[in-house]
Write a protein that binds this ligand. Structure first.
Ligand code: COA
Length: 260
């Protein structure tokens, strides 16, 4: 499929979705959000795609936020629709069975930070910068930061970022647990692909169920999360990948998983 503000590329089971709106530092307008939804749906439907990487085009920005020029014209009702649009797409990213890695290559502000938060793993370039500067614009986060940020960095740091609008660098993001790794700028995609390649070799059904168990557990709490985990664990025993994985171990060879 061809898009105006997104490019996609698949190789070796890894699909890279690149947000590309150079004139606005890849800011998310409604059109780009809808294209992102289509690109995610396309990735889900494609059997070749095992793992997804989301990144931004250019040297400077992952995504510099929701599009401020577009937002400046919204009424309250339209604001709600815009929030629901963004929330829906980021929740889709979180709910799909395929693992999603954010490769953060510069500014990840507002909706850009929220996009990264909806991914399963965040790898940042040294020049990455994170923040929720909505308060500077007289608004608040609307694409999930009030919910995902405290779950990832804790309530205090989430409030710090949301209330001050301060922008933190990649090392600070690493310290607070907002990203998992920081790498030199020129190594970002290499490292993201390396991590994606490791994951792409694992059993897809087990990966999808693990992702869901982590996310469900964070929503419903540990007791119900444990109950879901036990059922999901049980489900993996009905897959041929479980036979393959365990037989491969016992036969001292590497496993080859089929997602069945
Ligand atoms: N929405 C719309 N356009 C944006 C944008 C956004 N979120 N972020 C950047 N742009 C546009 C700028 O308006 C500018 O366009 P222009 O060349 O037509 O004037 C272009 O992208 C380049 O940005 P510029 O501000 O000139 O780059 P910079 O290096 O001086 O600053 C930022 C980079 C990211 C610090 C700055 O662009 C910024 O603060 N952006 C807004 C961040 C934000 O508040 N995001 C949250 C929105 S809820």
């Amino acid at each position: 499929m061809s898009y105006l503000n997104i490019t996609t590329q698949v190789s070796d089971g890894v699909r890279v979705i690149t947000l590309s709106r150079p004139k606005a530092l890849n800011a998310l307008n409604a059109e780009t959000l809808k294209e992102l939804r289509q690109a995610i749906e396309e990735a889900v439907a494609d059997v070749q795609t095992k793992v997804i990487i989301i990144t931004g085009a250019g040297e400077k920005a992952f995504v510099a936020g929701a599009d401020i020029a577009e937002m400046s014209k919204l009424s309250a009702l339209e604001g709600r629709e815009f929030a629901l649009l963004g929330q829906g797409i980021f929740s889709l990213i979180e709910s799909i069975a395929k693992p999603v890695i954010a490769a953060v290559n510069g500014y990840a502000l507002g909706g850009g930070s929220e996009l990264a938060l909806s991914c399963d793993i965040r790898i940042a370039a040294e020049n990455a910068k994170f923040g929720q500067p909505e308060v500077n614009l007289g608004i608040m986060p609307g694409f999930g930061a009030t919910q995902r940020l405290p779950r990832i960095v804790g309530k205090g740091m989430a409030n710090f970022l949301i209330m001050t609008g301060e922008i933190i660098d990649a090392q600070a993001a690493l310290r607070v647990g907002l990203v998992e790794e920081v790498v030199p700028k020129e190594k970002l995609m290499e490292r993201a692909r390396e991590v994606a390649a490791i994951i792409a070799k694992k059993a897809p059904i087990a990966l999808g169920l693990s992702k869901r168990a982590v996310n469900i557990g964070l929503d419903v709490g540990p007791a119900s999360g444990m109950a879901y985990e036990a059922e999901a664990f049980a489900t993996t025993f009905s897959t041929s990948d479980q036979d393959e994985g365990m037989n491969a171990f016992l036969e001292k060879r590497s496993a080859s998983f089929k997602g069945e």
